[in-house]
Design a protein around this ligand. Sequence first.
Ligand code: GSH
Length: 215
Amino acid sequence: MNLSSGEIMHKLQLHGIEQSVYCKIVALVLQLKKLHYQHVETNIFASEEIRDKHSQLHPFKKIPVLTHGDFTLYEVAAITRYIDESFSGRELQPATAKQRAKMTQIISLMDSYAYQPVVWGIYVQCSVSPARGESPDSQIVKLALEEATVCLNVLAEFLAEQPYLTGNELTLADCHVHPMLECLLKCAEGQALLASYPNLKQWQKRMQQLPGGAD
Ligand SMILES: N[C@@H](CCC(=O)N[C@@H](CS)C(=O)NCC(=O)O)C(=O)O
């Protein structure tokens, strides 16, 4: 922890949409650290005006953004590390360099290879679109299922001999993965995919029991 006690007392604000997967990752970490924060609803999908105003905090107009006093931070991997390193409570980064490298690797692979197929290719196509009366695009879903399978294979391998993704302790990697995989439970296609991974399902149950882990 390298903040002064005065700095620690500054108000934490999470700007975004509560249902957003990336906002849920930060909210989970804040709750695991037992931190009080204010959610500032910022629906960037609602209007150009909101997006333009939000660009003062995030030049790429994405959510979430964390503000802590006059400190502003975007990019979830940076935000969760800042929270873990700035505040006492449950430590969410592993002790060894190898485990920390694995944690960073998992966070990066989820952003690079899992978010798009899992959230947009499967969840949005198979759950959100039908709820709006639209049919899923079967080509998009097929490709997304193939890409998501590679990610789930990798995650299941990490969990082969340990309860959490980087070892015996929960870390920021687990927090980054959990809200994304929860999306799969919201449609039959995602549930069918997860069904082939018993150790991932067990890990999911453990994650759901954490404060802030239930969807
Ligand atoms: N790399 C960014 C990704 C954030 C992201 O993609 N957020 C989505 C919502 S879950 C978003 O803002 N989408 C709006 C858009 O793409 O215009 C991070 O780590 O914060």
